[in-house]
Write a protein of this length. Structure first.
Length: 196
């Protein structure tokens, strides 16, 4: 079938002129593509650009605490019991970041030097403590192995509100990371100091 559509000019241009313009645009596009494919340092850098995805991981641990300590404010003994919960978030991309949240809770009871609890009516109200702390570390790239040490200081006071023999307890935790993965945190030491 034949088309009866008239041929001629479109908005003041002839069909030949339109064909020439379309052909020129195609030729310019091919030339631009050839320039981009030419091995040139500037274009080579553009083609090597890669996007590194971010990997976020979360680890949780609960470390028990059970230790007799000397109350430095009264030279009596206290058996401290409790736990420290650790939440470790890691973020790995072109760099590596670590965020650790520590939450400690527990208490203490009057004891003898050998750690046995005093239960003859001479003991005072139990101690209580709780605290939170966080730490953050960043590296330009994920290290193969490193150790992070974090001290946590808790304030122990009698649950009755008596602060005459309140004291500070400093716990030192150590976490070893291997290829960004933490091992179980280790309680390295507990030290006490008098508040007053």
């Amino acid at each position: 079938m034949m088309s009866t559509r008239p041929t001629g000019s479109i908005r003041g241009s002839s069909v030949a002129a339109l064909f020439f313009r379309a052909y020129s645009s195609v030729a310019a596009g091919i030339t631009f593509a050839l320039v981009l494919s030419t091995p040139c340092p500037a274009f080579a850098q553009l083609t090597q650009l890669t996007i590194v995805p971010t990997t976020n991981l979360r680890y949780t641990f609960s470390v028990p605490v059970a230790k007799p300590v000397v109350n430095p404010c009264s030279t009596t003994f206290v058996v401290v019991t409790g736990h420290t919960d650790l939440t470790i978030d890691t973020s790995a991309s072109t760099d590596f970041k670590i965020l650790v949240d520590y939450a400690s809770t527990g208490g203490g009871m009057d004891a003898r030097a050998d750690g046995t609890l005093i239960s003859d009516g001479m003991q005072k109200a139990d101690y209580a403590y709780s605290g939170k702390v966080n730490s953050e570390a960043g590296f330009p790239e994920k290290p193969a192995t490193f150790i992070q040490s974090i001290p946590i200081v808790d304030y122990l006071e009698r649950s009755s509100g008596d602060t005459a023999d309140a004291f500070l307890m400093s716990s030192l935790f150590e976490i070893t990371f291997t290829n960004g993965v933490p091992a179980v945190p280790v309680l390295k030491s507990i030290d006490v100091a008098c508040v007053h």
